[in-house]
Design a binder for this molecule. Structure first.
Ligand code: AMP
Ligand code: GLY
Length: 406
């Protein structure tokens, strides 16, 4: 089978690596650190299956255009992509589906928004409606700061038109879990849960990022957790999408918070998480190409299987992340890191320097993964491998998967 993976980050590097176990893989556009990367528009590439990694091309209708050309595509059309493209759409959808989630309201005017905000208690949560590259969500224990964020978002100065509708949500607290479900329009199959570390600073402080690290499995979850999430969150949502005439084929990624009142949905995304899916996909022992092709064809029937081993991923980011980052620093030590015991390195934000050497070219530059019989060994291997890698200002957290409860 020939597969085109669309995207250029660590998630696509992992998809390509795992799919290449059984298929011929091309990555569009990929990056100079991902084998099989080609600088050709995916619509100009011929393949048996197209796997679309990031949300933006899905929201822009790439899956629809490929399907209209008769292609087999893993990823929702623009109709299903509204689940991530509009938080207001997603909240309305899951409310109709009866999914447990935070109470919320949507506003375009400042005064009613502030009045609603003041009725809630900490933490206060203010979100932009549209895509904002993971940076449109503000969670704070300071009501004044939340009020200022509402004013700023509604003025259109922070996220442009995406920010001109805000969602104010009841704040939830508890550990977060990512659950990826493969969907074929009517059926959903869960992959093992993962956890990612969202804040830039040690101890989960500082600004939200796309994710600074991740691990899987989560030995502290109840055995029936994934089944329960499918039954109470994913399947009702897929059914509600179908009721609305949306044939959803791709990933539904449930971001869940385990509150004192049980698991609640933080959000659904329409794609694999980055970096949280990498640690799940790398543990797969069945054929990912088969699962994705079945989902794309509306015929999921082969159950995915996973090894009992653990995977821990640590992101190596460029100087300045999450703000403007410096690019062009030579990445040293990749070969030694990749050769370290139980380790592999996925290239995310890398470019090609003038001398043919990989250089930093983005915020999250590399995903360094350790695998082993348990979380502690996997973690030690990830950090040992990371120790080989250098560039000026390399930034990483030292506390990823530091205390995995058993
Ligand atoms: P989102 O982009 O909606 O996933 O939000 C990004 C992050 O903000 C989540 O992963 C949570 O850590 C946090 N967050 C979002 N919504 C809430 C909420 N209602 N209560 C507490 N934290 C939240
Ligand atoms: N790691 C969080 C996300 O992909 O949205």
């Amino acid at each position: 089978m020939k597969i085109v993976v669309v995207g250029s980050g660590g998630r696509e590097a992992a998809l390509a690596l795992v799919l290449a176990r059984t298929a011929e893989v091309v990555v569009s556009p990929g990056n100079p650190g991902i084998p099989g990367s080609v600088d050709t528009d995916p619509e100009h590439l011929d393949a048996d299956l197209y796997v679309i990694g990031p949300e933006q091309p899905l929201v822009d209708g790439l899956a629809d255009r490929l399907r209209a050309a008769g292609k087999l595509v893993f990823g929702p059309g623009a109709d299903g992509a509204q689940v991530e493209g509009s938080k207001a759409f997603m909240k309305d959808l899951v409310r109709a589906a009866g999914v447990p989630t935070a109470a919320y309201a949507t506003f375009t005017e400042v005064e009613p928004a502030l009045a609603f905000l003041r009725q809630l208690s900490a933490p206060w949560v203010v979100k932009t409606d549209g895509l904002a590259a993971g940076k449109g969500v503000f969670v704070t224990d300071d009501l004044r700061a939340a009020e200022a964020d509402v004013r700023q978002k509604l003025s259109g100065s922070s996220f442009g038109p995406a920010g001109q509708t805000v969602i104010i949500e009841e704040g939830m607290t508890g550990p977060e879990v990512s659950l990826f479900a493969l969907c074929d329009g009517t059926r959903a199959v869960a992959l093992p849960p993962a956890q990612d570390f969202k804040r830039v600073g040690e101890g989960e402080v500082g600004p939200n990022t796309g994710g600074m690290g991740a691990y899987s499995p989560l030995p502290w979850l109840p055995d029936n957790f994934a089944d329960d999430v499918i039954a109470r969150f994913v399947q009702p949502t897929l059914d509600e999408l179908a009721r609305r005439g949306i044939d959803y084929r791709g990933v539904l990624y449930a971001g869940l918070m385990l509150t004192d009142d049980g698991p609640k949905l933080v959000e659904f995304n329409i794609r694999f998480g980055d970096p949280d899916s990498q640690v799940v996909l790398l543990r797969m022992t069945s054929d990912l190409a088969v699962h994705l092709a079945e989902a794309a064809a509306g015929d999921l029937h082969t159950p995915p299987t996973f090894s009992d081993t653990a995977a821990v991923l640590v992101v190596a980011a460029a100087a300045g992340y999450t703000g403007p980052v410096r690019s062009g620093d030579p990445v040293e030590g990749l070969t030694a890191a990749g050769a370290a015991e139980g380790a592999l390195v996925l290239c995310a934000g890398v470019g090609m320097g003038d001398d043919g050497h990989l250089v930093t070219a983005g915020g999250r530059v590399l995903d360094v993964v350790g695998q082993g019989p348990n979380g502690a060994t996997a973690r030690a291997r990830a950090y040992a491998a990371l120790g080989h890698i250098t560039w000026p200002g390399l930034l990483h957290r030292t506390d990823i998967a530091g205390e995995i409860p058993t």
